[in-house]
Design a protein around this ligand. Structure first.
Ligand SMILES: C[S@@+](CC[C@H](N)C(=O)[O-])C[C@H]1O[C@@H](n2cnc3c(N)ncnc32)[C@H](O)[C@@H]1O
Length: 276
């Protein structure tokens, strides 16, 4: 059975998704919503998208909203994505953070991976931290969050296919993964370094508990937001950082027209945004 989505229902669905997640779907991407939601409409034996809209807007089952988030988010990620940023982290940036925290009398390092998807980003950070003798005496807290519950469940399991680990250095693969039939299971030592939680970046009440971060990674998610939602999310990241804390966004993303609250710091051609 093929389902038709009218322009009017598309607009209402798109506006609802935007209001709840900040994800903005332009008119040209009606096919995207049809593709992602079509099967769900059939699974629920609904007559069409209009009924689905009614269920997510007025239905009593809050799980359908969870399912909607799972369906409309794009969760592409892999270990050591945008490796220049990780090179800067394990080099000068970590040394700076250690010096700043030591000066402030702190022996901990707090990092938040704010749109962690299936966990490759926070686990990459965990492996780098594990390798860094300079911070062996520091308490390392790595928080990782996402809007989609299904990616968080899979992150907690920590088993990956060969595509996800393709950039992992051979030595790390041997040390931190066990491999059988094209599946790479992350060691419990690395898994236990990361705490996963569900956080919607545009919901103030979700982010309120996250404070005093030395470093935030918020990569490849702002691209799905419009300017207003970007501003909202970025101001929450700002509040989550300690004074002088650092923010990485994706290398193809920019804070132009979003905020001037951060000072761009350039290390080895990589831009890091520092809270003023
Ligand atoms: C493309 S992935 C990026 C993963 C990782 N940061 C990276 O760069 O490889 C984008 C993630 O953002 C999440 N996301 C989308 N909207 C969100 C929101 N409002 N709050 C939190 N996470 C969101 C999606 O569920 C998805 O897992």
């Amino acid at each position: 059975m093929s389902l038709m989505m009218t322009d009017e229902i598309f607009k209402q669905l798109r506006d609802f998704i935007y209001e709840k997640s900040g994800i903005f779907i332009p008119d040209t991407k009606k096919y995207f919503v049809e593709n992602r939601l079509g099967r769900r409409v059939q699974e629920k034996s609904l007559k069409g998208y209009e009924d689905y809209l009614y269920v997510i807007k007025y239905g009593s089952d809050k799980n359908e909203l969870v399912k909607l988030f799972d369906l409309i988010t794009t969760n592409e990620t892999f270990f050591f994505r945008e490796p220049q940023q990780f090179d800067v982290l394990r080099g000068e940036l970590l040394s700076r953070i250690v010096a700043e925290n030591t000066k402030a009398g702190r022996r901990d390092i707090k990092v938040w991976s704010a749109a962690s998807s299936t966990g490759e980003e926070p686990y990459t950070i965990a492996m780098l931290f594990q390798e860094k003798s300079e911070i062996s005496g520091f308490r390392k807290e790595i928080f990782a969050s996402d809007l989609s519950e299904s990616v968080l469940s899979s992150a907690k399991v920590g088993v990956y296919g060969s595509y996800a680990v393709r950039n992992v250095p051979e030595a790390y693969l041997k040390k931190y993964f066990s491999n059988s039939s094209q599946q790479y299971a992350l060691s419990s030592a690395i898994k236990s370094m990361v705490r996963f939680l569900k956080v919607n970046l545009i919901e103030e009440r979700d982010v309120r508990a996250i404070r005093g971060m030395d470093l935030v990674f918020c990569r490849n998610v702002l691209i799905y937001f419009d300017e207003k939602a970007k501003q909202k999310a970025v101001s929450q990241l700002y509040d989550a950082l300690r004074p002088g804390g650092y923010l990485f966004i994706g290398t193809s993303e920019s804070l132009h027209n979003v905020t001037r609250a951060f000072r761009p710091v350039v290390i080895n051609k990589v831009i890091i945004y520092q809270k003023g």
